[in-house]
Design a protein around this ligand. Structure first.
Ligand code: CTP
Length: 398
């Protein structure tokens, strides 16, 4: 799949650098040629010898190395690849890239290049969440840099949260998506997915039966067509697809904020089963049984994310797709919902228990747009996703 593709792999100085050794192997297995560049800090984590042995190529390390410059100058090196991959992209490297510093081989290559760049960030969770890193991320995205990960999970530093570098195969999927120019190459698409959890107290929450399967399938299909996908997901049963930028959230309010951060996009697909209500004042202590009787929960309305984005006066995505989960009069309810929300298309489905759709592997969909309704046969959720992604590609091309 990657035969005859040239990857310039910049390895930054983080503990995740060990995964980059496996990444080199995976890329070469797929026929790609990998030219490795190590930062000084990276050499504290992996040796030039192991990197060079796996890549089967010389390792570039020093901007002022006359041998390096004589063989291939840094300007030529920066432009000789089909894609530059920065993995791990440390907080330091992201900061340099965002502010245009060029004081070593890696940062100079990144400044001198006109080749697309893909970053796989890896850092401590606090460093990732730091406003400076988030600012740099926004800037780099605006500059056209693409991202895969970071993932959430246990970290080498003993903490938990977003900041783990994506696994080598996820990075490979992102590279493939970026290099295989699909019809959505260069398009940025937002997908919301999964349920939301609305806290009652620190241990209890209100949720719904959405597994996140359809949203994950849509995100995967869009990425396969070459889109840059920002995948904002509530706590779903199914894992997020590889090759997309995952933004994990819990509540509707967090999902709404994450959607705002992701804008602008070329298309938004709102597949999440967002809770309509939250508990107005969730307790910060566990509610106890009391002799005074049962607790009374008061609800407040959550933001309607789809409606808000559909009706944005400035920055509305050119194509907005909603989903409608109905249990009766599917077409009438979904048609009314499309007009009420102001979105372009509604993917309507019958989620009444007898259909087995919610939480199941199949879906029966009616696509409602301004030009009428289109009924699809009962299909696997992956197939529904591929059809929808193809329609989105068609709409964005036209
Ligand atoms: N949606 C949203 N934010 C909400 C509620 C729903 O973005 N707070 C989006 C869903 O992601 C979906 C669409 O709106 O794309 C319709 O969701 P659905 O639950 O079917 O409809 P509701 O708006 O909740 O309307 P109702 O409860 O009347 O069916």
């Amino acid at each position: 799949m990657l035969s005859s593709k040239r990857i310039l792999l910049i390895i930054g100085g983080g503990i995740a650098a060990y995964k980059s050794l496996d990444l080199i192997r995976r890329l070469r297995e797929r026929g790609a040629a990998v030219t490795p560049v190590l930062t000084r800090a990276a050499e504290e984590f992996v040796t030039p010898l192991s990197v060079s042995a796996l890549a089967g190529e010389k390792v570039y390390r020093d901007l002022f190395d006359l041998t390096d410059e004589a063989e291939m100058g840094h300007i030529q090196l920066s432009r000789s690849a089909d894609l530059i991959v920065v993995a791990p992209a440390t907080a330091d490297l992201m900061g340099k890239m965002a502010s245009g510093l060029a004081n070593d081989m890696a940062s100079t290559l990144l400044m001198a290049t006109d080749t697309p760049v893909l970053c796989a960030p890896a850092m401590n969770v606090r460093m990732w969440d730091h406003p400076a890193t988030q600012r740099n991320l926004k800037q780099l995205q605006a500059d056209g840099v693409r991202f895969v990960g970071p993932n959430e999970g246990d970290m080498a530093c003993g903490e938990f949260g977003p900041g783990r570098m994506s696994e080598p195969l996820e990075i490979v999927a992102a590279i493939e998506a970026q290099l295989t120019a699909g019809p959505l190459a260069g398009k940025r698409v937002l997908v919301t997915s999964g349920p939301t959890h609305e806290p009652i107290d620190p241990v209890r929450y209100i949720a719904n039966r959405s597994s996140g399967a359809q949203g994950a399938a849509v995100a995967r299909a869009l990425a396969h067509l070459g889109a840059e996908v920002i995948f904002v997901t509530g706590p779903a049963d199914v894992p997020p697809p590889a090759g997309v930028q995952v933004v994990p959230v819990e509540t509707a309010q967090q999902m709404s904020d994450a959607v705002d951060t992701a804008l602008p996009v070329d298309a938004g697909v709102f597949a999440a089963a967002v809770a309509d209500w939250r508990v107005a004042s969730a307790s910060d202590k566990k509610l106890k049984k009391s002799r005074d009787g049962l607790p009374v929960l008061e609800f407040a309305e959550n933001p309607d994310i789809l409606k808000r984005v559909s009706q944005l006066a400035v920055g509305r995505p050119p194509l907005v797709v909603g989903f409608a989960a109905e249990t009766d009069d599917v077409v009438e309810h979904a048609t009314a919902k499309r007009l009420r929300k102001g979105c372009d298309w509604i993917v309507a489905n019958d989620v009444s228990p007898a259909t087995g759709i919610m939480g199941g592997s199949e879906n029966a969909v009616i696509l409602i747009s301004g030009s009428g309704t289109e009924e699809w046969p009962r299909l696997g959720k992956d197939e529904v996703a591929r059809r929808l992604a193809a329609k989105i590609a068609d709409a964005l091309a036209g």
